[in-house]
Design a protein around this ligand. Structure first.
Ligand code: BGP
Length: 476
């Protein structure tokens, strides 16, 4: 089976996980720069500023800031049509609230996007991928403040205006809906720069920050449309469908609520309004939220052009005995293990058919082009003799998912714009800070403790993906 010839095959990374150079050319500290590495199932620790004696894996990343010409060349060798990355806000506005942007930071992305165009690789750019200037956290509490909404829109306007002739595809907030995992300090901190204090209702704090983010997203979409009608701006959600654990009606209702709770973000970004259940829920819970009529008007004016999403796994949920409040959904507490799907070494449920389900679900609900901007498996790779990496598990994972994508495109008629697996090259893992949790087609010689030459090597999956792209998805 093939996909259309203009399909955007590529790969994805994020600035803070790859670039390193955390204090170079005027860059300010970002939230990613104050997070330590963790063990396999632990949370990363958030430190209060950079401390001597701590190891911060994002400070060096995989040195993409300096090595991007060689890396983009390797992407071109694989046949990439597009390359997804993000812009580090703290390179452009080091503190986040300055009047003028940092020209040296802007110049870096000029060079990077020019390098991509040298090989006819279309950049796909995320404006906010799990980082913001750390100063905005200490000064304003991140997206719990409307000031940060304004600061973000200012940053976005600067970069969209600057790169409008180099970047056509934009995404506003990466995995904006991950905040339904509001019990995890890491999730809120990375998504929105928010830290929940003792005695606060984390769910209410999440709804406020998320509201400011969807308003910011809408303002950015409206700006881009008015600036240049060629630009396409998408939303980006983590799409892990939530299945009911059984056919018990209580479980089915619980799963439906879980899907509503996870995807109200894209409902708002696509439809320009809050879904009916959500404002009722927020009122019933007596959350005191700053949501103004002007905000609601902004939402209407900034509907996205396409929907980007990551797909790694599916979830399952079951109603708890005597549960009568179907409106509450808390990712950390409400998920159960699905015995029908295997798990990765990090406990992520591997479910390729869930991707076809996801594509159909979004197609039915949103009627917009869809873009799979992340899909992949984190694994421990072994470097063998002659610098070979036989990552057949990665090839299998990607092959199984691409097959389901092709069925959705060809048999179900879903409009899929492109596919950018995670990750184009090995980078620092977002949730663990490890480098040993590898996703790339290109192996980077760097270890969890920061040692290694940072040299690049092609894995088996590199050659496999090259063949997939050159045959338009036929030869899997
Ligand atoms: C997504 C993020 C990425 C990324 C990926 C893999 O949630 O958008 O930034 O890293 O997941 O996750 P991890 O690196 O934690 O294994």
């Amino acid at each position: 089976m093939q996909v259309p010839k203009n399909f955007l095959w590529g790969g994805a990374i994020a600035a803070h996980q790859a670039e390193g150079a955390y204090n170079v050319d005027g860059k300010g500290l970002s939230v990613a720069d104050v997070m330590t590495a963790a063990g396999n199932f632990d949370e990363r620790r958030i430190t209060d500023g950079v401390k001597t004696g701590e190891f911060y894996p994002n400070h060096e990343g995989v040195d993409f800031y300096h090595q991007y010409p060689g890396d983009v060349k390797l992407f071109a060798e694989m046949g990439f049509k597009c390359f997804r990355t993000s812009i580090a806000w703290s390179r452009i506005f080091p503190q986040g609230d300055e009047d003028e942007p940092n020209e040296a930071g802007l110049k870096f992305y000029d060079r990077l996007f020019d390098e991509c165009h040298k090989y006819n690789i279309e950049p796909v750019v995320t404006l906010s991928h799990f980082e913001m200037p750390y100063h905005l956290v200490t000064e304003y509490g991140g997206f719990r403040s409307r000031k940060v909404l304004d600061a973000f829109v200012k940053f976005a306007k600067v970069v969209i205006d600057r790169y409008q002739h180099k970047v056509k595809y934009w995404l506003t907030f990466n995995e904006i809906n991950n905040q339904t995992n509001y019990d995890r300090a890491f999730t809120l901190f990375t998504n929105s720069g928010v830290q929940v204090h003792e005695g606060e209702n984390a769910e209410a704090v999440m709804y406020q920050a998320a509201h400011y983010e969807v308003v910011a997203s809408a303002q950015v979409v409206a700006f881009a449309h008015q600036l240049n009608p060629d630009l396409l701006v998408g939303a980006m959600v983590a799409f892990s469908p939530v299945y009911p654990a059984t056919d018990k009606p209580d479980d089915v209702l619980k799963a439906q609520r879980a899907m509503q709770a996870r995807f109200w973000f894209s409902d708002v970004q696509v439809e320009g309004r809050y879904p009916s259940w959500l404002r009722k829920y927020q009122a019933a819970k007596k959350f005191d939220l700053d949501i103004t009529d002007e905000d609601l008007a902004s939402l209407k004016k900034g509907r996205v052009d396409y929907l980007g999403f990551s797909y790694y796994m599916s979830f399952a949920t079951a109603a708890k005995p005597d549960e009568d409040d179907y409106y509450s959904y808390n990712e950390a507490k409400d998920l159960v293990t699905n015995k029908f799907v295997p798990q990765s070494d990090w406990g992520w449920q591997v479910d390729p058919k869930g991707l076809r389900y996801a594509l159909n679900w979004m197609n039915d609900r949103y009627h917009l082009p869809l873009f799979i901007v992340e899909n992949g498996i984190g694994a421990i790779d072994q470097m063998e003799a002659n610098h070979q990496v036989h990552d057949n598990y990665r090839i299998k994972y990607l092959r199984d998912h691409i097959k389901q994508m092709e069925l959705a495109i060809n048999d179900d008629g879903v409009d899929v714009m492109g596919y950018t697996p995670w990750s184009a090259i090995d980078i620092v893992s977002a949730s663990t800070g490890q480098l040993s949790k590898r996703y790339g087609f290109i192996y980077v010689d760097r270890n969890d403790d920061g040692s290694g030459s940072l040299k690049r090597y092609r894995k088996d999956s590199f050659y496999w993906y090259q063949k997939v792209i050159s045959t338009h998805g036929e030869d899997l």
